[in-house]
Design a protein around this ligand. Structure first.
Ligand SMILES: NC(=O)c1ccc[n+]([C@@H]2O[C@H](COP(=O)([O-])OP(=O)(O)OC[C@H]3O[C@@H](n4cnc5c(N)ncnc54)[C@H](O)[C@@H]3O)[C@@H](O)[C@H]2O)c1
Length: 337
């Protein structure tokens, strides 16, 4: 089967392409490279051991999508293309609603025309906001605290409406917790442009000397050490969750919503300590006030994914840090492109 991976050149999409190849599935990448590099493509081909076709363009472009479905034998779509920076989403709501929501509308519309009904969607734990109960399961109320989170909740609602309207649809909505780490080959990894928003890439670059210190935002949260707690999962575990979802959808119709997380939380200081062990260096830390929109603590109840897909994480925090550092030590990014 050929799986169209929108945003397949990005951090998660590239690991999904590699996981599909490991599972013997063919991938086709659609990406506009607005937040990624063309240089990822030959690396994906090395990992896949085969040609990985590319469609360069915008997921909102219905003509391009129609042409893509006409030219390629696509049987399923993994939709990772989107804008993802929580802070930026408040400053650029038009762009976030347009790319994330209209992009998903156009894609589903053209999939419907082409008779392709299997879709895995990249949602996010941000749809929960600060949950009332931990660990958070899929039935928890959705109270996203950012424009970004609201775009994800809206697409989720839309996809559930779609599945309710026509029994042909087979949709998996995957709520990612905090993906981190890199492929162990160090060929692909997270390569944020400019100042990273996420903890692990910031740690990598600080340990490599690119930044003088790591800013830890918030030390007065109601958590044991005062820093925020998140559920970090290895990006390869996350990517394999997509493969498991596609296998499940092969014989199950409807819309399925699943948390993908490790099922336990680590504080910022615990992640820093694990990272220092992995890279053998100590990282200078500075303590800053809480960031707007950040929450104290969230971690997943991943039991449904375990039960339904037979999926759970197999790589621990030490593996996340070791692989992230290996990627950083190999350059931590791609050639310009
Ligand atoms: N990384 C995380 O922590 C995280 C957590 C939860 C959910 N997600 C979601 O997972 C998905 C992938 O995230 P990521 O971390 O890989 O981000 P990323 O920015 O690395 O990847 C997104 C890819 O989509 C492409 N893209 C953006 N707009 C596009 C458009 N209009 N048309 C075509 N391509 C476009 C970008 O060039 C990039 O290659 C996103 O939908 C994101 O919201 C990410």
């Amino acid at each position: 089967m050929t799986v169209l991976v929108t945003g397949g050149a990005g951090y998660i999409g590239s690991h999904v392409v590699a996981a599909l190849a490991r599972a013997g599935m063919r991938a086709l990448v659609l990406d506009d490279f607005s937040n990624s590099s063309r240089a990822v493509m030959p690396r994906l081909e090395r990992l896949a051991g085969t040609h990985v076709p590319l469609v360069e363009g915008d997921v909102r472009d219905a003509t391009l999508l129609r042409d893509t479905f006409a030219r390629h034998p696509i049987s399923a779509v993994v939709h990772c293309a989107g804008l993802k920076a929580v802070g930026e989403s408040g400053e650029r709501p038009l762009a976030y609603w347009d790319v994330n929501v209209n992009g998903s509308f156009r894609l589903a519309e053209v999939m419907g025309e082409a008779g392709v009904a299997t879709l895995v969607f990249s949602s996010s734990a941000t749809v929960y906001g600060q949950p009332e109960r931990l660990p958070v399961d899929e039935s928890a109320p959705l109270k996203p605290a950012s424009v970004y989170g609201r775009t994800k909740r809206t697409v989720e609602d839309f996809l559930r409406d779609l599945a309710a309207s026509n029994a042909n649809w087979r949709i998996a909505i995957l709520r990612y917790f905090n993906p981190a780490g890199a492929h162990p080959s160090a060929l692909i990894g997270e390569a944020p442009r400019g100042r990273p928003n996420n903890l692990v890439p910031f740690l990598c670059r600080t340990a490599a000397g690119e930044f003088p210190e790591l800013s830890i935002f918030g030390t007065d949260y109601p958590t044991p050490d005062g820093t925020g707690i998140r559920d970090y999962l290895h990006v390869d575990d996350l990517a394999e969750g997509h493969v498991a979802a596609l296998r499940y959808l092969a014989d199950h119709a409807g819309a399925l919503t699943l948390n993908l997380g490790m099922g336990r939380g680590f504080s910022v200081l615990e992640v820093v300590a694990a990272f220092e062990r992995a890279c053998g260096r100590s990282v200078t830390k500075s303590f800053a006030p809480r960031r707007d929109g950040d929450i104290a603590c969230v971690y997943a109840d991943p039991a449904r994914a375990q039960r339904v897909l037979g999926w759970s994480t197999s790589r621990d925090l030490d593996a996340i840090c070791a692989d992230a550092w290996r990627w950083q030590a190999a350059g931590g990014g791609y050639e310009k492109g």
